[in-house]
Design a protein around this ligand. Structure first.
Ligand code: ZN
Length: 493
């Protein structure tokens, strides 16, 4: 068999022993080509290319695992010691090439595989598949600077164990189910009553640590607990601390894994006292973690800018960033993407040392390219998204007003991409990604999935360029072009 019209990806050519490797786009889809002794290590079919025999290997999970055994750089690694680390979730499994092109000239460590269990379920993917997609992009681009893989918003021992078994190098533990939100708003009498039911040896020890103390953080920032604050913090967060400690001691300790503690997916803003209490308890009891995600003031809705007063955010963020700095971990911002008005604050107040997650915006960039080049497909997706918005809102909190979205039938083809500039439309198209990808026709065939993937394969260059532009805007706003060493970063109080 001869392979015609072979479009070799330039960054992918490599040699290992007597074997030649490259990746290429062919009529049957992208594949890895291997010649020489390594051929037998991969699954695939033999093909003749210019008189030489190669194995054409499909981009499967199995083949990605073999590749990882042979090439060190194809494996995800911990990002310890790296200043700017950015989670670039890729819900479709095809965006990482664009993400790599965005960061490769910058001093930015990309976490290319980043998916929560919710996102896996909504897209019908697996942890192995999500990591494999990143591996293929890394090999394709010849990206050897290191990347991470984040099992995002994991909640249980079984979930963490599974992500680690799949080779994930970052674990984001979502403690939300162990945060007692009812105690945030409960009357003080109720708080006192509950507090008194806790074991005396626990409360007396905690009281010695926290009451009548002032914890100096930075310049004029200190943390103090009134007895009422303290009791509430214990009731709300102690179960979450215990959960995190249990996961840490059983699954994380001793491993080269970036452990993130997330307390952001909760009803209430994380106060400085609560942040300090959680971090101090974890550290006091021996846990080491790379980052902590509080819930900041204001709203972080998906795919649109920050909602709230940015100077209020700046005051709140400063204290969280200083607490993190004092303890020596990074603050993590689960941005929900596109928070351009506060990104400069994040970069500046952390002196360029932070973890920040984005994901859905890379899906929206795919939708943007579809809107530009396949108006028919876009129109169908748009109508479907509006019709199924109620279902999506079971998983995502957004407050769009659909009456602000122009009827798609009234908009000419040339105007469709403008929906991607519209905050109400963006939220609708963002949160319905899973429903769009998993929708089926009456005969069980995918309604959109195959068309979306085929379209993006044919318009790959446009998609990667759109990602470079849009994720590049994120990095510019965050100050990623600044060199930490150059002294441009100034810590401000
Ligand atoms: Zn989060």
């Amino acid at each position: 068999m001869t392979v015609e019209s072979l479009d070799i990806y330039p960054g992918s050519e490599r040699r290992r022993g007597g074997s030649v490797y490259f990746m290429a786009d062919t009529e049957g889809g992208a594949g890895l080509f291997v010649s020489g002794p390594d051929m037998e290590l991969f699954e695939g079919t033999d093909v003749a290319l210019s008189g030489e025999t190669f194995k054409r290997c499909p981009l499967t999970v199995e083949n990605s695992k073999t590749l990882r055994k042979l090439f060190e750089f194809a494996n995800p690694v911990s990002h310890k010691g790296r200043n700017i680390t950015i989670g670039l979730g890729d819900r479709l499994g095809i965006a990482s090439t664009g993400h790599i092109r965005t960061v490769r000239e910058l001093d930015v460590f990309p976490v290319l595989a980043q998916q929560s269990i919710r996102e896996l379920n909504l897209t019908g993917r697996t942890y192995e598949g999500v990591l494999a997609a990143a591996v293929w992009a890394v090999f394709r681009e010849g990206y050897t600077k290191g990347y991470g893989a984040d099992g995002d918003h994991l909640k249980t021992h079984a979930e963490v164990e599974h992500a680690l078994e799949c080779g994930y190098t970052m674990i984001t533990l979502d403690c939300s189910e162990h945060i007692r939100n009812d105690m945030v708003t409960a009357a003080q009498t109720m708080v006192d009553e509950r507090y008194c039911t806790l074991p005396a040896e626990v409360t007396s020890q905690l009281e010695k640590v926290y009451l009548n103390k002032s914890f100096h953080i930075y310049n004029d920032i200190s943390i103090e607990f009134s007895e009422a604050d303290f009791r509430r913090a214990v009731l709300v967060y102690l179960p979450a601390v215990s959960h995190a400690l249990s996961i840490y001691s059983k699954l994380i300790k001793g491993k080269d894994v970036d452990f993130e503690v997330s307390i952001d997916e909760t009803m209430s803003t994380t106060s400085p006292q609560s942040h300090f209490f959680v971090a101090n308890e974890l550290i006091r009891k021996g846990a080491e973690f790379a980052s902590l995600a509080p819930r900041f003031v204001g709203e972080f809705q998906k795919g649109i800018d920050y909602i709230g007063d940015t100077s209020g955010f700046e005051r709140d963020f400063l204290v969280h960033a200083r607490i993190a700095d004092k303890f020596g971990y990074k603050i993590s911002v689960h941005s929900g993407s596109d928070k351009f008005s506060i990104f400069p604050i994040v970069g500046r107040l952390t002196s360029g040392k932070f973890h920040l997650k984005t994901a859905g915006t890379s899906w929206l960039e795919a939708v943007r390219v579809i809107a530009k080049h396949d108006p028919g497909l876009y129109r169908e997706m748009h109508v479907f998204a509006l019709e199924n918005l109620g279902e999506a809102k079971k998983y995502y909190h957004t407050t769009e007003d659909t009456s602000n979205i122009a009827a798609v039938g009234d908009v000419p083809d040339a105007g469709l991409a403008d929906y991607l500039e519209h905050e109400d439309a963006r939220r609708v198209l963002h949160i319905t990604y899973g429903l769009i990808l998993m929708a089926e026709r009456d005969d069980g065939a995918p309604l959109f999935r195959d068309r979306i993937y085929n379209f993006l394969r044919a318009h790959e260059a446009e998609y990667f360029a759109a990602l470079e532009r849009h994720i590049g805007r994120h990095l510019t706003a965050l100050g990623a072009e600044n060199e930490v060493e150059s002294g441009k970063w100034k810590v401000e109080s």
